[in-house]
Design a protein around this ligand. Structure first.
Ligand SMILES: *Cc1c(COP(=O)(O)O)cnc(C)c1O
Length: 413
């Protein structure tokens, strides 16, 4: 890869050749893929992008760590819509608000961006089998993207993973191991199995290529905003790979001169599981926390990408905010009602955080904000119904309908 210099440890600085099965540093630190920006600058410009018809994440190929000859995986990943939401902005008291609906990826979460990258790199490594552990979405996206590419998968999920995600896994033909334990125990078993059988490893904090896939979300946001940098980008945080990837994309665009400043990040975690935000708020190293939230995708008590995530939040002079399950459910309904966007609990947590910061007066009428919805609500219908209630249920009888409307105060005209 002419445009990639090496993988560099974020902890000790040691560099490694960017081979396809690159994992972590010998010191235990996570690697970051480092590019030759001078080389890329001459090839990826606003004009080249404007002339490109590919709307998938691969439209930014000059900034992605794949060989020119690599056959790209077949599912259409990326190119999700960025909606300007003036009514919600007004409701919250913001100058401008955009919602990036990444639940519109093929397996319905932002994780597809990382999984498509995993499949591309597994092909380069000549692997036939890929494995990962996941709270659910990394799993279902890997299973789907690998199935489309003809690779097989071993997937480890904690037993609390919602049915929608497990149904996806089974449909995509993965070998699924539902671990009777929390995410940490799930991760540990997957690691031991990967060590034993030598499968290609899609665990996002271990494999440094995956956040390079995730970064395409911020590349798209900047291009969709016609290079006008917003004041803030808000996103929900579990392991920390997503926010780290988002930040990397922004820094890459900055490095090649496509944007001229950087937004501040808003890291949103659940009150019942916020080890990274707590570390920022208390200005000390992170330590484990219980996984006490209905937002299963961000119920990560031992974050695997703490170094990169904390660095991203700090470098961006970011904000941290924790939201309760009630605030997450309220945001789910608010996004649905005002924007027609249906997110899963972790998917809407970012928006819940934005709302809370508006209510606290931290954000206001001078601020422009992008809120990333990271996963689709159909993945977890039980919690959506819990958040938004049950419908009117009656027999097919007009009198009963009129009565029900009267009881509920529905005018119907
Ligand atoms: C994985 C996930 C996140 C958080 O990403 P991390 O890399 O674990 O921080 C947020 N929302 C959804 C829907 C996810 O699947």
């Amino acid at each position: 890869m002419k445009h990639v210099l090496y993988g560099r440890c974020v902890r000790c600085g040691k560099t490694y050749e960017a081979v396809p099965d690159l994992t972590t540093c010998e010191c235990g630190g996570i690697l970051e893929i480092t590019y030759d920006y001078d080389y890329i600058k001459t090839r990826l410009t606003k004009e080249t992008l404007a002339g490109r018809s590919d709307r998938t994440m691969w439209r930014y190929r000059e900034l992605l760590p794949v060989e020119e000859t690599t056959e790209l995986p077949p599912l259409r990943v990326g190119g999700s819509p960025l909606y300007e939401e003036p009514r919600l902005a007004k409701h919250l008291g913001l100058k401008k608000l955009w919602v990036k609906d990444d639940g519109q990826n093929p397996t319905a979460s932002l994780k597809d961006r990382a999984s498509a990258m995993a499949v591309a790199k597994a092909r380069e490594a000549g692997a036939r089998v890929i494995a990962c552990s996941s709270t659910g979405n990394a799993a279902s996206s890997l299973a789907g993207n690998a199935a489309a590419a003809g690779l097989s998968t071993y997937i480890f999920v904690p037993s609390r993973a919602p049915k929608g995600k497990v149904a996806q896994l089974m449909t995509f033909g993965a070998t699924v191991i539902s671990v009777q334990g929390n995410y940490e125990e799930t991760f540990a078993l997957s690691k031991a199995a990967i060590d034993r059988w030598g499968w290609y490893n899609r665990n996002a904090a271990i494999n440094p290529y995956l956040s390079e896939g995730k970064k395409t979300v911020s590349l798209e946001i900047m291009e969709q905003l016609r290079w006008e940098v917003p004041d803030y980008i808000a996103i929900s945080v579990g392991d920390g790979c997503t926010i780290a990837g988002l930040w990397k994309g922004l820094k890459d665009f900055y490095a090649i001169g496509l944007i001229d400043w950087l937004p501040r990040l808003i890291s949103v975690q659940a009150e019942g599981c916020c080890p990274l935000n707590r570390a920022i708020a208390e200005d000390r190293p992170w330590y484990p926390m219980e996984e006490n939230t209905l937002a299963d995708s961000i119920a990560v008590g031992v974050p695997r990408n703490a170094d990169k995530a904390l660095m991203a939040i700090r470098e961006s002079n970011g904000l941290v905010v924790n939201v309760s399950d009630e605030e997450i459910m309220a945001a789910q309904k608010l996004l649905g009602m005002t924007c027609g966007v249906f997110g899963e609990p972790a998917g809407v947590a970012g928006t819940a955080g934005v709302r809370k910061l508006c209510e606290q007066g931290v954000l206001g009428g001078q601020d422009t904000v992008v809120s990333v919805v990271t996963g689709n609500g159909l993945k977890d219908v039980a919690n959506a119904i819990r958040a938004c209630g049950e419908p009117i249920s009656i027999p097919s009888d007009m009198e009963l309908l009129i009565k029900a409307f009267q009881e509920k105060g529905i005018a119907a005209d």
